[in-house]
Design a protein around this ligand. Structure first.
Ligand code: HEC
Length: 153
């Protein structure tokens, strides 16, 4: 054990030495590439109009028939709920609902129903609708982060 320790110490010292000595050799001057004005990359979120009004309406119909027995729609505009899911991937909330809800009959929602009811939740929070529906395949769902406030202009 002591031997290994001594070996390690020596190895570290060597590594440090190497790091220091190479640091003293100034690298040949390379002209820095001109700083291009980068377009700011913004991750797409639920604030980007990722569902349609019709889709959220289907979600609402499902909510009334299947969720409202236990949930009030106000459950989904509460700070606690929003805080739990903010900045998570839509995927996570989607799977939560798909696997566990309705609580008394899990795994009973189709992919379409799960997706629709999520868009209803987004709409309840004042998130804007857009031109196309949120698709139900994993890739599409995983594309977006959850944000509860519309983007500032
Ligand atoms: C029979 C009652 C019941 C029904 C019906 C039901 N839920 Fe739930 N739901 C619950 C319970 C209980 C919890 C809390 C579960 C836990 O903490 O493990 C919950 C939790 C949730 C959460 C997470 C809330 C949070 O604060 O993070 C969501 C989202 C949700 N339900 C959506 C739905 C949707 C959508 C439907 C309809 C498709 C539905 N539920 C139907 C009982 C129900």
């Amino acid at each position: 054990m002591a031997k290994i320790f001594r070996f390690l110490t020596a190895a570290c010292a060597l590594a440090l030495f190497a790091a220091c000595s190479s640091g003293t050799q100034a690298p040949a001057e390379m002209p820095a590439p001109p700083a291009e004005p980068e377009e700011e990359e913004v991750d797409p979120t639920t604030a980007d109009g990722i569902f349609t009004v019709a889709q959220a309406e289907r979600g609402e119909v499902l909510f009334r028939s299947t969720c409202s027995e236990c949930h009030d729609s106000a459950d989904w505009t509460e700070t606690g709920f929003k805080g739990r899911w903010e900045d998570q991937s839509v995927y996570q909330l989607w799977y939560y609902v798909n696997e566990r809800m309705p609580y008394d009959n899990p795994w009973s929602l189709s992919r379409q129903q799960t997706t629709d009811v999520l868009t209803y939740i987004f709409q309840l929070n004042g998130l804007p609708a857009g031109d196309s529906e949120l698709a139900t395949d994993d890739d599409s769902i995983d594309d977006y982060w959850i944000a509860w406030s519309p983007r500032r202009p």
